[in-house]
Design a protein around this ligand. Structure first.
Ligand SMILES: Cc1ncc(C[n+]2csc(CCOP(=O)(O)OP(=O)(O)O)c2C)c(N)n1
Ligand code: SF4
Ligand SMILES: [Mg+2]
Length: 310
């Protein structure tokens, strides 16, 4: 009998409309709207298979992100987006895993998970929407709140030294570390795209203003508000004398030095390196073990495990 080939239906174009779920519930003027808009635009540009996109988050205003995306997704436990994403990424390497969340979610309660996801270099793209405050719970000090900021937990002004997200992420072992600003839409798209293309744990700190509890926090990095948006001048490797002074993104020490420039600092890619992902290492190990055992099926492996417990 001859085989009948059934033509696959034409794939529909991935549009903002197709990607949109609920209408965002953020306060009017919140920087998070722009991050969402940049993400829509990046996905429209790249036309990833719709069914392969996963959007995950912890808890916070920024972490409401997955509600507004018509993709696979979950709004998970506060600070636990990285462990959840690690499981999804390792089990389904064919999917694009995107994480969105806040400075509190990422650097406070989730700080330890962030460190371990980074050092294991598990493939995912994490956008930390940093507003220097806990927005959802109405104005507590966050790990990135600057000294002097008056919050409900520091009514006389913050006295604790804030986290430097870029230095923390590089030290933790993240293999792609970048910074952008929610008022710079093209820069956000460009950086998210590069982060997505990186094979490993990629993190983007995106300054995203909380208009309600920290208005004006990032004006110093916004030219429309009299600030300056200074982009990292990356090496082009073009053998020109001016290239000497440009930033080599693989140079960890140079990346720390750039990250030490006082606020509003620089924007762009600080650090990028190639290191085997846990996804690749684990795959190799699983394949070697399967081969040693005579290529059992998943069911046989499960059955053997249960049999050993008897
Ligand atoms: C285990 C646990 N502790 C505390 C909270 C309360 N809580 C919810 S969101 C949040 C912080 C949110 O701040 P951030 O991550 O910066 O997000 P933003 O709202 O600023 O976007 C806190 C403390 C919680 N939901 N669960
Ligand atoms: S409280 Fe702040 S972070 Fe939360 S939605 Fe409103 S403006 Fe955005
Ligand atoms: Mg916050």
């Amino acid at each position: 009998m001859s085989e009948v080939s059934v033509p696959l239906p034409e794939r529909e174009k991935l549009t903002k409309k197709a990607l949109t779920a609920d209408h965002p519930t953020w306060c009017p003027g919140c920087g998070d709207f722009a991050v969402l808009a940049a993400f829509y635009k990046m996905l429209e540009k790249r036309q990833l298979p719709h069914e392969n996109i996963v959007t995950l988050a912890g808890i916070g205003c920024s972490s409401r992100f997955p509600y507004f995306m018509n993709t696979h997704g979950a709004h998970f436990i506060h600070g636990r987006a990285v462990p959840l994403a690690s499981g999804v990424s390792l089990a389904r390497p064919d999917l694009h895993i995107f994480l969105f969340g806040g400075d509190g979610d990422g650097f406070s309660i989730g700080g330890n998970h962030l460190d371990h996801g980074a050092r294991k270099n598990i493939r995912m793209t994490y956008v930390i929407m940093d507003n220097f405050v806990y927005g959802l719970t109405k104005k507590q000090t966050s790990p990135t709140s600057p000294i002097g900021y008056r919050s409900k937990t520091d009514p006389t002004g913050v006295i604790d030294h804030p986290v430097n997200p870029i230095k923390k992420l590089i030290a933790a072992g993240a293999t792609f570390v970048a910074r952008t600003h929610a008022t710079q839409i093209n820069h956000m798209i460009q950086i998210m795209e590069r982060a997505m293309d990186h094979d490993g744990f990629s993190v983007v700190e995106c300054l995203s203003e909380c208009i309600e509890f920290y208005p004006g926090a990032f004006d110093a990095g916004n030219p429309r508000k009299g600030g300056e948006f200074k982009v990292i001048d990356e090496k082009k490797w073009d053998d020109t004398p001016e290239d000497e002074s440009r930033h080599d993104v693989t140079n960890e020490i140079a990346a720390y030095q750039l990250a030490d420039i006082p606020f509003p600092g620089l924007f762009g890619v600080f650090y990028e390196t190639d290191r085997p992902t846990k996804n690749a290492l684990e795959k190799k190990w699983v394949e070697a073990t399967r081969s040693k055992l005579g290529e059992p099926s998943d069911l046989e492996l499960l059955q053997n495990t249960f049999d050993r417990m008897k």
